[in-house]
Design a protein around this ligand. Structure first.
Ligand code: ADP
Ligand code: PMV
Ligand code: MG
Length: 332
């Protein structure tokens, strides 16, 4: 074996939630889809430890394999917790099933996904880390198991979470989330066919001041959350019945209004949603909120006017997003 030799690459995409964020944590449904902005893990041989370079954070972790099951996440800064918890969880999962003597490796993680803006960068990084560990050790586990482990990491680090982000980046598809921990891949249904024809734009509106974990915690304390979640749940149920982009866009705007009532929108996000409704079929914030991204269902005939207005608002970035297609970054 050549010291430091390149072994291979693993990847995971990102996601947008089309309907149902926050309420899904409390057991209501959601609709999500994968976005082709990717996290990549480049794996190299290592002599002794597991070394993980988090290129986007400018951080490096060196882990003695023997000590991984005893890692206490409390001793680490919040930025590296997802990756550490991912490594610890996969080691414990495999040990419980009789595996031992894991191979050391060096892993360089880098991502196209803007961090902490609602695109599920945490789930994508967790999936990449665990897939890298499995690939290095030539172990394969069922997708459903991989999903369960990644979800347990999001839950442990975030405190509260739904399976939405994890399942969407692992199945790399359009998903109907049935409740906080069950889902199905949508293929061939009426809604899937409608979504397949949709042109979406993901607008990175502004940096988020808070992490998902804090936003989910704040929402859990909202005095009217039950009533608002129920209304969001009803919208998700209606989505499967719609036949036109107009109806779909209208439900997006209604879902956004409810997220606004939950207190997770901002004035700039509202302005972008307004533009998305004026020049497109509808729009809403996506993910935990508090800033971050808006998803717009565009009217292709008015796309240029929309892009011009977004530029005037000085949004951070605009990404194309379509079911089953590679997204292109078109700076706004
Ligand atoms: N490229 C990356 N490298 C290392 N850690 C990352 C990366 N991207 C995301 N993370 C982890 O995920 C956290 C952001 O997750 P979160 O607040 O859930 O936002 P989101 O999942 O919407 O992007 C970061 O603080 C960091 O801990
Ligand atoms: C708010 C929530 O519904 C989505 C969070 O998405 P993100 O981390 O902002 O990409 C939380 C969850 O489903 O785990
Ligand atoms: Mg996240």
């Amino acid at each position: 074996m050549i010291k430091g030799a390149f072994v291979g690459t693993v990847e995971a995409p990102s996601k947008v939630i089309l309907f149902g964020e926050h309420a899904v944590v409390e057991g209501y449904g959601a609709i999500s889809m994968a976005v082709d902005l990717r996290t990549r893990g480049k794996i190299f041989e290592s002599e002794k430890d597991i070394v993980i370079n988090l290129k986007d954070l400018g951080r490096s972790l060196t882990l003695d394999i023997e000590n991984i099951p005893k890692l206490d996440l409390k001793n680490y800064n919040s930025g590296v917790k997802y990756v550490l918890c991912a490594i610890k969880s996969i080691v414990n999962y495999l040990k419980d099933r009789g595996y031992e003597d894991f191979k050391p490796f060096k892993l360089d993680i880098s991502s196209d996904i803007p961090i902490s803006c609602g695109l599920g960068s945490s789930a994508s990084v967790v999936a990449t880390t665990i897939k890298s560990f499995l690939s290095t050790n030539a172990i394969s586990i069922p997708k459903k198991e991989l999903c369960k482990i990644c979800f347990s990491v999001e839950k442990e680090v975030q405190g509260r979470a739904s399976i939405t982000d994890t399942a969407t980046v692992i199945y790399n598809s359009v998903l109907k989330i049935k409740n906080s921990n069950d889902f199905e891949v949508l293929k061939g249904t009426k809604l899937y066919k409608l979504l397949k024809g949709c042109h979406f734009l993901v607008v990175h509106v502004e940096k988020r001041k808070k992490k998902t974990a804090e936003l989910v915690k704040e929402v859990a304390e909202h005095p009217r959350k039950e009533e608002i979640f129920r209304s969001i749940g009803k919208i998700v149920d209606k989505v499967e019945e719609v036949s036109t982009w107009e109806e779909l866009g209208c439900l997006m705007v209604k879902n956004h209004e409810l997220l606004r009532e939950l207190g997770v929108s901002t004035s700039k996000i509202d302005k972008v949603v307004e533009l998305g409704s004026r020049y497109g079929y509808g729009a809403k914030l996506s993910g935990a909120g508090g800033g971050g991204i808006v998803i717009i269902l565009t009217d292709e005939d008015r796309r240029e006017e929309l892009l011009k207005s977004l530029k005037e608002l000085e949004v951070l970035d605009v990404f194309e997003c379509k079911v089953g297609m590679k997204s292109e970054n078109q700076k706004g």
